[in-house]
Design a protein around this ligand. Structure first.
Ligand code: PLP
Length: 288
């Protein structure tokens, strides 16, 4: 891969020159939050939604706002320009910073500045992924994450383990289950379709409030589709006509198999395909 230009605490520099303190609380405590924004046609998709959720994550954790917060759009755009990204993603992470020694207590914000890191991921062909034509397969795993999944923190060890369980089972991803009901995918929101109704778990602390989820549900309403925000079980999902996931980097992606059982015809269904098309078209129109 070509050497990227990344952003660290106010400076644009080559990726191999970027450094962070070993005392950074993101490193020691996973005391950090992040966002992933996709880039299509060299423009940012759903940027305002990601910026708003980022601010909420910071506030929920009493994390000081970095001085550059109002400039994040410019920083994203500059990284897109410097790295010549047409299709891909921008990863952004803010941590509580490096107070100088390890301590469970949060450092005094007066003496500790947040760490801000952004980098690009170049993914030509992201929107035209051939996987969208075949769909993905998932298994179910127990949801063993902490109870504040609505905050987008960098504590991603359990989701990583979920992906590894999926990989070991020869499938693409895992849907997490708590109290008999699906919460969400390891890095995406989960949906089923039964008849004319799109069903996805209601918002709460149990799931991340996906920015793609919000947009897709809005487009579904506008297209006069029925939407029910409620939880569903794996058995209900296996008996559904269609299933799919959403995330900033996968957009709308059909799910064709759950725990070895084919969903519907075992091929991507019309609702997921239509929502993917609408999402890509409409978000491109308002991309910045
Ligand atoms: N749920 C989880 C656990 C995630 O990690 C993600 C994205 O990373 C999502 C849902 C989808 O959120 P978004 O659509 O904002 O990318």
């Amino acid at each position: 891969m070509n050497m990227r230009t990344v952003y660290v605490n106010g400076t644009y520099l080559p990726e191999n020159e970027a450094t962070i303190s070993i005392f950074d609380r993101g490193f020691l405590m996973a005391d950090g939050v992040y966002e992933v924004t996709s880039v299509l046609d060299g423009k940012l998709i759903d940027f305002a939604g990601h910026a708003k959720r980022l601010e909420r994550s910071l506030n929920e954790l009493d994390m000081p706002h970095p001085d550059c917060l109002p400039d994040l759009l410019d920083i994203h755009r500059e990284l897109v320009r410097l790295n010549g990204i047409e299709e891909g993603m921008i990863y952004l992470q803010i941590t509580r910073g490096a107070p100088g020694d390890r301590d469970f207590a949060f450092p005094d914000p007066a003496t500790c500045t947040p760490t801000v890191v952004l980098f690009t991921q170049n993914k030509p062909g992201l929107a035209n992924s051939p996987v969208a034509k075949t769909g993905i397969k998932v298994i179910s795993v127990a949801d063993q994450r902490w109870a504040r999944r609505d905050i987008k923190t960098v504590q991603l060890l359990y989701p990583s383990m979920g992906k590894m369980m999926a990989k070991a089972a020869g499938v693409d991803d895992a849907w997490m289950v708590e109290d008999g009901m699906v919460t969400e995918g390891t890095s995406n929101n989960a949906y089923i379709v039964k008849g004319n109704t799109i069903i996805t778990r209601h918002l709460g602390n149990e799931i991340l409030h996906g920015i793609t989820r919000a947009a897709v549900l809005r487009f579904a309403h506008e297209a006069q589709m029925q939407v029910e925000e409620r939880s569903f079980s794996i058995a209900e999902a296996q008996a559904a006509d269609e299933a799919f996931i959403t995330s900033a980097s996968m957009f709308v992606m059909p799910v064709v198999e759950i725990d070895g059982a084919a969903v519907g015809t075992g091929t991507p269904g019309p609702v997921a395909a239509r929502l993917r098309e609408i999402y890509l078209d409409e978000s491109r129109k308002v991309a910045v």
